[in-house]
Write a protein that binds this ligand. Structure first.
Ligand code: PLP
Length: 403
């Protein structure tokens, strides 16, 4: 790229590394020397199937996914998984406990923001089980209605033998994230899970996947992520599923479980090596390029240290501005996300001035989600430290610009 592009701090779809975009342009015309573009080649060609295998290998090695878990690629995004996890794990529960009533099949939801709330609403809509709110962060928020904190461990209340325990690791809209340090009070309370192991623990990692290591990865039943934040373009959904959760959904339906649409069945997708039907080929290709680059840079450990520094710099500048009465964080200290930093700019028309000033300096897509307003700085893997320094400098300079 010859022309300097603006820095895109958008929350997703979001920036991709320029070297990847350049490489992808070549692949659009000529994929792996075939002379056929990647968007034109058969998904069953040996060139494409080897790409799928490499992508899987890159995720497995960089994240340390254990052999107990399969990696599946599908479509439908995070929202598709709000439905799929319920259907597949209710089928599993039905096979394990055929005699229970729907009322007795409990689905535990941890509500820390807009996305986990949406997932819970989908579980209620689908039926086949009864939803139990294990904790709702709004109970301890500053105004009893916003999602501004990770609840204290003593506030969680898990059921004894749930069909599913659901949480969203990083709430993209509200800027709240569980800590990756399992000793931290803001970590997910793994130690409170019901005894017995093989927990049906489900985590939505859509906006933090590959940004740092996943704590207690082996203890999860399902981890899912849409690609369009850290990995590539929209269209690809990545699943890490423990093998006991890949069940015969048709056998479960015969026992009374809700039937599972074929494209949502984990078993169908796993048995077909993620190629039951035509996958999102272009998105898989670009995700492959992103993760090859990530491997060369040092894998998820590299991004963990860079992303930690980036977040630290932005939160420090925000705190300094807060002390001067320029900004107000939307999130309680200790619960802030590394990926999405959300805050208000105080003063008349100050938010519009902030956005216009940033735009004039070539920094875009900083407006908060329409449901919460304010500013949101998304710091996904493709945002470099140098680009972060630019927004940090702007955060520090902004007060003098308005005075
Ligand atoms: N979960 C999280 C944490 C998200 O950030 C999003 C989208 O931004 C979703 C789920 C929904 O993803 P999709 O739009 O791919 O369905």
């Amino acid at each position: 790229m010859t022309e300097a592009r603006p820095v895109n701090f958008g929350a997703g779809p979001s920036a991709l590394p320029e070297s990847v975009l350049e490489e992808a342009c070549k692949g659009l015309f000529n994929f792996k020397g075939t002379g056929i573009g990647v968007a034109e080649i058969s998904h069953r060609s040996k060139e494409f199937t080897s790409l799928v295998a490499d992508l899987e290998d890159n995720i497995r090695t960089q994240l340390g996914v254990p052999p107990t878990h399969k990696i599946i690629f599908t479509q439908g995004g995070g929202t598709g998984q709000f439905s799929a996890v319920v259907l597949n794990l209710l089928a599993r529960h039905r096979l394990l406990h055929p005699d229970l009533s729907d009322e007795q099949r409990v689905l535990d939801y941890v509500i820390t923001g807009s996305w986990s709330k949406k997932a819970m609403e989908e579980a209620k809509r689908l039926g086949g089980g009864s939803v139990h709110i294990a904790v709702d962060a709004r109970a301890k928020s500053k105004d009893s209605k916003s999602f501004d904190n990770i609840p204290a461990h003593e506030d969680f209340d898990f059921s004894a033998d749930p069909a599913l325990i659901y949480y969203c690791e990083n709430e993209t809209v509200d800027g709240v994230q569980f800590s990756d340090d399992v000793q931290s009070p803001a970590s997910f309370p793994f130690h409170l899970l019901p005894a017995g192991g093989l927990w049906p623990l489900v985590a939505d990692y859509s906006s933090s996947f590959m940004s740092r290591k996943i704590p207690r990865i082996a203890d999860h039943a399902v981890i899912f992520a849409g690609a369009q934040k850290n990995i590539g373009p929209a269209g690809l959904t990545i699943l890490i599923v423990r093998q006991d959760c890949i069940v015969d959904v048709d056998a479960a339906a015969k026992l009374g479980a809700v039937p599972v649409p074929i494209t949502m069945s984990y078993k169908t997708n796993a048995d077909a090596g993620s190629l039951y039907n035509t996958p999102s080929t272009l998105s898989i290709y670009i995700a492959g390029l992103v993760l090859e680059r990530s491997k060369k840079l040092g894998g998820v450990e590299y991004f963990e240290s860079v992303n930690g520094r980036k977040a630290q710099k932005v939160y420090t500048a925000l705190q300094e501005g807060e002390a001067k009465g320029v900004y107000r964080s939307k999130v309680k200290e200790g619960s802030g996300s590394w990926m999405n930093v959300v805050f208000d700019v105080l003063g008349d028309n100050a938010e519009s001035k902030f956005l216009a000033g940033a735009e004039a300096l070539g920094m875009k897509a900083l407006k908060g989600h329409r449901s919460v307003g304010g500013i949101r700085i998304s710091l996904y893997n493709a945002i470099t430290e140098e680009q972060t320094d630019r927004i940090v400098e702007y955060l520090k300079d902004f007060p003098t610009q308005t005075s």
